[in-house]
Design a protein around this ligand. Structure first.
Ligand SMILES: [Fe+2]
Length: 329
């Protein structure tokens, strides 16, 4: 089969990386452990129920996009990619516990939560934590060593600032699949956030406060919620990433407006044209707003929340990037 990633055509046999049974077995193992683990976070924590929903949405959106790309319904590789999409953020549970245990843990399981969080002390980020969890649960033993490596690699690298540089199309397929799966997981993760969260991030006061909390914890620095501000100038360092068609690394984000520009900049890091086109497609979110493509939702919001000149510049940069990919926004 052939898919396009980063504007390069990749031809590969799509030899099965696993069987459907193996995917089913992995799902059973995860389902038997997950509720106990998630219960270590307090109810309502954004990395508990909401994260599980994000995983489910990543898998569901994955099914649609992978179909569009030509993966058959019963293709075990498609099932595997959707499974990875579903579980890539498991590590958010220990991540949340490590950040502020007293505040984030289930008060009834505080000691257990502390012990659990300590197991992840050496992990770089929640991607590595997800891998460690799957390791502990024995999920990798279900798959062949090569496939286990692909899963590890994709989950560990879904958190990188930028998508990996993909190997040449004539690279050995076993090696290439590692990068193809990683590129797809990164796209599907972000697409699910665009689909599930754009309207909420922009218009839902509760969600905005929640995000403020999360980013404040993550960045460990002063984070200004200037949601109402209209004339705030965005820092040049942030603008430069957009001008250069690059995703903004999260560490540069200090305001809510920048957080939304950061999200828009993910569009500049999408690997597959199917996902990019989806961002430019109307999305119905009756709860908050009229139907509009997620990328336009953010650009329109920026018109009213940062200075006009910079909002226009961001719109032009992102529009030009989409036009380069033959998509009109
Ligand atoms: Fe993640």
């Amino acid at each position: 089969m052939e898919i396009i990633l980063q504007n390069v055509r990749y031809n590969f046999s799509n030899r099965p990386l696993c069987t459907s049974n193996e995917v089913g077995l992995a799902k059973e193992i995860i389902a038997s452990h997950y509720p106990q683990m998630a219960d270590l976070l307090k109810d309502g924590h954004p990395w508990k129920e909401a994260k599980a929903l994000h995983g489910a949405l990543t898998a569901q959106t994955g099914q649609e996009i992978l179909s569009e790309m030509g993966f058959e319904n019963n293709d075990p590789n498609r099932e595997l990619i959707c499974l990875i999409g579903e579980i890539h953020d498991l590590g958010r549970v220990p991540d949340g516990l490590q950040q502020k245990l007293a505040q984030n843990a289930n008060p009834e399981r505080m000691e257990e939560a502390e012990r659990f969080a300590a197991l992840f002390a050496g992990c770089k980020d929640h991607g590595e934590m997800s891998v460690k969890i799957l390791e502990e649960w024995g999920v990798f033993n279900v798959f062949s060593p090569d496939t286990a490596d692909i899963i590890r690699f994709a989950i560990a690298h879904h958190t990188d600032d930028q998508s990996p540089i993909l190997p040449r199309p004539d690279t050995d397929e076993a090696e290439m699949m590692k990068f193809i799966v990683t590129a797809l997981i990164r796209d599907l993760d972000k697409l699910a956030l665009f689909i599930g969260k754009t309207a909420k991030y922009l218009y839902d006061e509760k969600e905005i406060q929640r995000q403020e909390e999360i980013v404040k914890n993550l960045l460990n620095q002063k984070y200004h919620l200037t949601y109402r501000g209209r004339d705030k100038r965005v820092e040049e360092v942030v603008m430069n990433f957009v001008r250069n068609w690059q995703p903004i690394p999260q560490r540069f984000i200090t305001t809510y407006q920048q957080y939304m520009i950061y999200m828009a900049s993910w569009a500049l890091d999408m690997n597959s044209p199917e996902v990019l086109r989806r961002l430019a497609k109307d999305m119905i979110d009756a709860e908050f707003t009229e139907s509009k493509p997620p990328i336009n939702m953010i650009l329109d919001w920026l018109d009213n929340h940062i200075c006009k000149e910079q909002a226009t510049e961001i719109r032009q940069a992102i529009r030009a990037y989409f036009a380069k990919n033959n998509i009109t926004i």
